[in-house]
Design a protein. Structure first.
Length: 333
């Protein structure tokens, strides 16, 4: 393989994951890498170069949430789900984030994520009409940040530097990542929301997500008990994890999977029986991650193809031409 430890896999290492088909003509192709783990965690299928390092981006959020939850912060149900969410900023999402901050009297100005408009179109329009402008609480990662701030208060750690890689909380996050994935990151950087992001292989990410997705709240070990609480919260509160009509929410609510996308084409998904998929599109496109992951799970026998067919029209994969539908984006794995 041609990839070094300081870059993601190369074009020559990628395989076709999905195509864009318009009027019977394939006009675009998405290449990438993927790996499928069986319910017992062994590798069932490997595509491309899943041993190469990638920045998992927001698919690190479950580990970041677990780090907060094991640092003296009790999060259950919707509160746990918002801590691992890439939410669309609806009023209900914002209410949850503000509720976390209110637990310890933390001001919204303490959030280290950048100010943003809500991603939900209806909510964004309402915010624009009100003249409120961008706010940190609307940012898609604000729930994670609120949980991190709560962990700082619980441990008397400084709030103003909570995003510093040397901060005790960020060191706890790194420890959780290494414990769950079994791999030490080969590079670190800064994510779009300001938190540290650590490069690991897709295979390690799959192993880590498999451990999260198959953990139980009844585990005798605290860290896996909290992971089980988080997994249960995600599956029971799909709307929190993304938002109305968002692919993650649709997949969670309709198929019972644990699903989480990350920027630059990262997707992780754990089926109810524990079968796990991680993938990355090399071009960074997010539009194919959900359908590719679902089809890989179905091919592994963890989901029914017919059930995926039923929700496919809700995943934003249909292509319009004039007033009609003339094509679709489809998985080619």
């Amino acid at each position: 393989m041609s990839t070094s430890a300081t870059e993601t896999f190369a074009l020559a290492d990628a395989v076709e994951l999905a195509v864009v088909e318009r009027s019977g003509f394939v006009e675009s192709r998405h290449g990438g890498s993927a790996v499928v783990l069986s319910p017992d965690g062994t590798v069932l299928r490997s595509l491309g170069n899943p041993a190469a390092p990638v920045f998992p981006r927001s698919t690190l959020k479950p580990f970041q949430a677990i780090a907060s939850m094991t640092s003296g912060v009790t999060l259950r149900g919707e509160d746990a789900a918002i801590a691992t969410a890439s939410h669309s900023g609806t009023a209900r999402h914002v209410e949850l984030v503000r509720g976390l901050l209110a637990r310890a009297g933390i001001p919204e100005s303490a959030l280290g994520c950048p100010p943003a408009y809500p991603q939900d179109a209806e909510t964004r329009d309402a915010v624009v009409r009100s003249g409120t402008g961008k706010q940190r609480v609307y940012m898609t990662c604000s729930g994670k940040h609120a949980a991190m701030l709560l962990a700082c208060v619980a441990n008397d750690w400084p709030l103003e530097s909570y995003l510093d890689p040397e901060h005790p909380l960020q060191k706890r996050v790194l420890d959780v990542i290494e414990r769950f994935t079994g791999e030490r990151p080969v590079a670190s950087g800064i994510d779009g929301c300001g938190t540290p992001v650590h490069a690991i292989s897709l295979l390690a990410l799959a192993r880590g997500m498999h451990r999260v997705g198959t953990s139980t709240p009844a585990s005798p070990f605290a860290i896996f008990r909290e992971a089980g609480v988080l997994a249960e919260a995600v599956r029971e509160n799909g709307w929190v994890v993304a938002g109305p009509g968002q692919p993650d929410t649709v997949a969670i609510d309709r198929l019972g999977v644990f699903a989480k996308f990350g920027a630059e084409g990262i997707m992780v998904m754990v089926a109810p029986n524990g079968t796990t998929v991680t993938l990355k599109t090399l071009d960074g496109s997010l539009r194919v991650g959900t359908i590719v992951a679902l089809r890989l799970l179905a091919d592994a026998g963890a989901l029914e193809h017919q059930a995926i067919d039923a929700i496919e029209p809700e995943l934003g994969l249909l292509l319009s031409g004039g007033d009609g539908i003339v094509g679709r984006i489809r998985a080619s794995v």
